[in-house]
Design a protein around this ligand. Structure first.
Ligand code: MN
Length: 285
């Protein structure tokens, strides 16, 4: 199933070029009291929500996707985990380009591990990426984003696929500079997810997905997930060796070569095989 969030926190099933409004399906989520759980309530109840959404679909109001504002398909992830330099050709370009490395040593992912992006940086494709440091280089990074479906810690890689609820496209926007990654990649609006969730049952093999990013129609990044250095099960095993993963946690799996700057006024188009395509505009804040 393809599930989106749109307009004023409405829930939709995506069918072709249309969104079916199945917001009433959110009623199956049990009520919570303060303090709220540290996971995403929709993802924690995804099976029940999808079952109810399917029942509602035949009678649902339909809208063209082009006429709705798409929000991040995960509203309240507990954490955004991200993989640095997880494609070899991106490691090579980062080491060769001082505009990327800023005299910091670019260390392989096996040694530097993962980092976290602030959840407050999360937006959907219907909202613009708003650049703050216009005197610095602000780069696009397209990545496969994995949405964790159930709680788990010290997950072995041969069990890892069972923990994936859905896939979506991630943009790990980055202001280049000498500071820690977590700071530079947590600017408000610098974590994009969209255009919707594709539940794991719809993607039989996420280890060979073509994807592409263009800016104003010019292709910048074009790669396939088969070239990941740490693969999807390895990333889940590694991340969960440090912390428990919860429903709705997102793993940005890393970007391939071709990262480059964007400016206010640009339009980023990101497309992933078996997931979809989204356009994200760039502005200044
Ligand atoms: Mn990245």
């Amino acid at each position: 199933m393809r599930l989106c969030r749109f307009d004023n926190d409405r829930l939709g099933i995506v069918e072709g070029e249309h969104v079916l409004d199945v917001t009433v399906a959110l009623d199956v989520i049990p009520p919570s009291n303060y303090p709220l759980p540290t996971h995403d309530l929709l993802i924690a109840n995804l099976e029940q929500v999808c079952a109810r959404a399917s029942q509602l679909a035949p009678g649902a109001e339909r809208k063209p996707i082009s006429q709705v504002k798409l929000l991040s398909p995960v509203a309240n992830p507990g954490k955004l985990v991200a993989a640095p330099v997880n494609y070899l050709k991106h490691l090579e370009e980062a080491r060769a380009d001082s505009g990327i490395h800023h005299n910091s040593q670019i260390i392989e992912i096996q040694r530097i591990g993962l980092f976290l992006k602030a959840t407050s940086s999360l937006i959907g494709p219907g909202e613009p990426v708003a650049l703050r440091h216009l005197d610095r280089r602000n780069d696009h990074e397209i990545e496969l984003a994995i949405v964790i479906g159930k709680s788990g810690t010290r997950i072995q890689k041969d069990q890892a696929w069972n923990y994936i609820a859905a896939y979506t496209i991630g943009l790990d926007m980055t202001v280049r500079g000498p500071e820690e990654r977590s700071l530079r990649k947590s600017v408000d609006s610098f974590s994009v997810l969209g255009p919707w969730l594709v539940t794991a049952d719809e993607i039989d093999d996420a280890t060979s997905l073509d994807f592409e990013l263009s800016v104003n129609g010019e292709t910048r990044q074009k790669a396939n997930t088969r070239d990941l250095v740490l693969g999807i099960p390895e990333l889940i095993e590694y991340a969960s060796s440090f912390y428990r993963l919860h429903p709705g946690d997102v793993i940005y799996t890393g970007t391939p070569e071709g990262v480059g700057p964007v400016q206010p006024g640009d339009v980023i188009t990101a497309e992933f095989e078996k997931i979809g395509r989204m356009e994200v505009s760039v502005t200044s804040a």
